[in-house]
Design a protein around this ligand. Structure first.
Ligand code: NAD
Length: 280
């Protein structure tokens, strides 16, 4: 069994991005800029935004966080996005999710200029992704594909199962695997017999948010197992959706949590922001 080391790969990618950012500055006097919109007091969202800002700083990307109170109106968020759309120093715009209940997330994401949509959540980019065209791809599934590539795991012709079908994780994950010619099965909360699907998978990708959802008996011998889930247990420990201890004995490759997909997500945000800046 081989551990898919997302932490190590993310460091390697960050170093490459740092060099490219320096080159862009030297040759074109462009400093990539990322604007983050953070609404409310969700502690996890605050942590993620801090990690993203820190990563930007490390590689020389300028970042600014617009912190807004929970009570902010939808129109005020939209106004800020429109301002960032026009700002020539901002290449990427990211709205940290989830947003408070009184805000229509779809409406907010649709206001972002698709050319600055470094999270890849705009329907324009999602549509292009599904057609196999160049687009901004959501960072988490993009990070998974980079990990597979790094470990020379060929996806073509393999049976893949994606558990979780959200717009930001499961659906784009399935689209990326399909674009690389895997045969993709997508499961969700209403899937009748989850095990019947997972057990068949050469590549099993899980992004649900339920600790120990995937147990050893649900996994094929020698499967490649990617755990996107992030769950904080009562004792403060962070775990994924896969029973790592037992499933790792059966898998040929597996991502740990933490240290697997998480750091790759941030590295891909930097990559997308650099890509947007290069298109400036
Ligand atoms: P979500 O709540 O939007 O979607 C969860 C999906 O799981 C839904 O499609 C739902 O139908 C499905 N689901 C729920 N219970 C299920 C069950 N028992 N069996 C099968 N499917 C089930 O969540 P999300 O935003 O897609 O995030 C999923 C997980 O990924 C969370 O743990 C989140 O923290 C994590 N995440 C990690 C990263 C990262 O960088 N590693 C990034 C984003 C999200």
């Amino acid at each position: 069994m081989t551990i898919l080391d997302g932490k190590a790969l993310s460091l390697k990618i960050k170093n490459e991005i740092k060099e490219e950012v320096a080159k862009l500055k030297k040759e074109k006097n462009i400093v990539p800029g990322l604007a983050v919109i953070l609404v409310g007091n969700d502690p996890a969202s605050h942590t993620y935004v801090k990690m993203k800002a820190k990563a930007c700083k490390e590689v020389g990307i300028y970042s600014i966080t617009h912190e807004m109170p929970e009570s902010i109106s939808q129109d005020e968020i939209i106004e800020t996005i429109l301002m960032m759309n026009k700002n020539p120093n901002i290449d990427g715009i990211l709205v940290q999710l989830p947003l408070p209940n009184h805000i229509d997330t779809t409406k907010i994401l649709e206001v972002i200029d698709p050319k600055k949509d470094v999270d890849g959540f705009h329907p324009y980019n999602f549509g292009r992704l599904n057609q196999g065209l160049d687009s901004f791809v959501p960072c988490t599934p993009l990070g998974v594909m980079e990990l597979l590539k790094e470990y020379k795991i060929d996806v073509k012709g393999k049976d893949a199962c994606v558990v979780g079908a959200s717009n930001i994780v499961g659906k784009p994950m399935a689209a990326l695997l399909l674009n690389e010619f895997a045969t993709v099965d997508i499961c969700h909360i209403f899937t009748k017999d989850l095990k019947a699907h997972t057990k068949n998978a050469d590549i099993l990708v899980v992004g649900v948010g339920k600790p120990n959802l995937i147990t050893e008996d649900m996994v094929k011998d020698g499967a490649i197992v990617i755990d996107i889930g992030i769950n904080k247990l009562e004792n403060g420990k962070i775990v994924g959706d896969v029973d790592f201890e037992n499933v790792s004995k059966k898998a040929s490759f597996i991502t740990p949590v933490p240290g697997g997909v998480g750091p790759m997500t941030i590295a891909m945000l930097l990559k997308n922001t650099l890509k947007a800046a290069k298109n400036r």
